[in-house]
Design a protein around this ligand. Sequence first.
Ligand code: FAD
Length: 629
Amino acid sequence: MSETQRHSYDVVVIGAGGAGLRAAIEARQQGKRTAIISKSLFGKAHTVMAEGGAAAALGNVNPHDSWQVHLRDTLRGGKFLNDPRMAELHAQEAPDRILELEYWGALFDRTADGRISQRNFGGHEYARLAHVGDRTGLEMIRTLQQRVVQLQQADAAEHGDPEAMIRVFAETTITELLKDGDRIAGAFGYLRDSGDFVVFEAPAVILATGGIGKSFKVTSNSWEYTGDGHALALRAGATLLNMEFVQFHPTGMVWPPSVKGILVTESVRGDGGVLRNSEGRRFMFDYVPDVFRSQYAESEEEADGWYTAPDLHRRPPELLPRDEVARAINNEVKQGRGSPHGGVFLDIASRLPREEIIRRLPSMHHQFQQLADVDITAEPMEVGPTCHYVMGGVEVDADTGAAVVPGLFAAGEVSGGMHGSNRLGGNSLSDLLVFGRRCGLGAARYLDGLAGRPAVPEAAVAAAARAAEAPLGRATGESPYALHQEIQQTMNDMVGIIRREPEMEQAIETLDKLRDRIAGVRAEGGRVYNPGWHLALDLRNMLLVSQAVAHSALERQESRGGHTRDDFPGMSPQWRRITLVTRLSGDRIELRRQALPALRPDVIALFDRGELAKYLTEEEMAEIPVPGP
Ligand code: FAD
């Protein structure tokens, strides 16, 4: 007979990546009893896999850097669809969050004069990514976990119990949010090992569940990333923004099969790696779009000069934002100039000495040697686009992380708005810290303003338990693995990197049919550590986020950032003013167009008119003062 555990907290944080940990630390520092829940082992989140670094305008490597330049790069990278307030807060606060991490014990790589070193990355004008070799995420998680332990030690001294104020529930999956009327009252889930159910009573829940990559067939994401937070938010009545924007990282390994989809960090290109087609040509020079032409090198000589003298040369086109590079690779392959296994070649081996590659990229070298017998110091890698990150996510208030449902908050990859239509590399790790902290603060302030605690309705707990048990009780039904493959294939083939109306319509139809089939999915076996059952429960979430992506992608009739329409290849100034908001009505996806907040004049002034004219409408341009002679 299985048990249902009950716990009561002030704040429940779902997710133990960078955003969740930083939010939980803040909530605990504000005196709130806080639970951190993670689907996988504590310490195993995407954040730990982040290689390149965290973007923050510290100005250590290039003194010209500032939060304004970082903001400009972020808006450019997002193709002006970012929530302007989020992008500004992020650029302003990222340096403090990095320094705070250092105070808490993070050991970043150093410059020759002992300051935090910063590396180049696509779309960032200056070397800006604070890093620890290519293991930055690991150091970030180690530091945040150490901070949690520090707080627990203080609680042990004060309360006689290290878990009095902050406790971690690892290998615990949340399947439903619980509400009292229109307010959040807690969350329901199960323990992965025993299959026991667990109810968390809490007036504030912070979603920090990361991405949705497992809806796609080729992805850098690991098994946990089934869009749970996005789906939980939708089912609880919250809204999602801009779900059409999915980032395909240009350089996932395409060969050998043991590493297919696994990421080759952008640092390989930031440190000198170049992309070549089957003819040996550095093809990225052919793909610099007009909006970026003035900032990127026109010859190999100029591009190579940039690595040693960035103030005297323009950047190599290999460092264009990710969406541009991914599309270029896609096109080279389509034109028959791809590598033998359907990618292109990424060559660092001929560009840097072996020892230097190993020093700068130790994890890349070790991982591919061990997993695939590929020596990146001796041969080029075969790479191609892999589904990596979702820009779309829960609609939140920029300052507090509050979603539209009272008591619900979101931070990190599961939240939307910050990155517009395309995220710059390195901007996620800093986003987690900036908005994780703000979310923890926001939840604490929300609690301070509450007249009384909401109560968890028993009927909602019983319904969540029935829904969770259902796949185990069925005598017939399809395999969750087969259904998962169908979702992935549908999204990959019909709502992937290049999109067309008839295919997306077909995808929507297929996903609709899958909804009924998933409702009848059957998991074999019992509740004790049963991955088939876990997947059966995840399917519902993957389906919902896939539907949100497909509907939004069909609606947006333009190409921008992580959304490329074959039938609408250009960016439309009209569409730039629009964010697409998804909500759930019954079990149907509903879309609404919402005006994007206008940019402030001082932000507009960061760009020259020529550049703005490529993005803004004529009416918007007419309102921008023309500079005097
Ligand atoms: P995650 O770190 O993804 O954590 C999500 C947490 O939620 C996990 O603990 C998970 O177990 C938990 N969870 C999910 N669903 C549930 C549920 N239902 N119940 C309970 N818990 C749940 N970004 C950069 O800025 N720089 C980089 O160099 C970089 N490199 C990357 C390399 C790779 C290989 C990958 C995959 C991503 C990289 N990114 C990078 C992106 C960045 O790592 C992620 O966007 C970021 O770490 C997301 O952090 P998060 O805190 O939002 O979520």
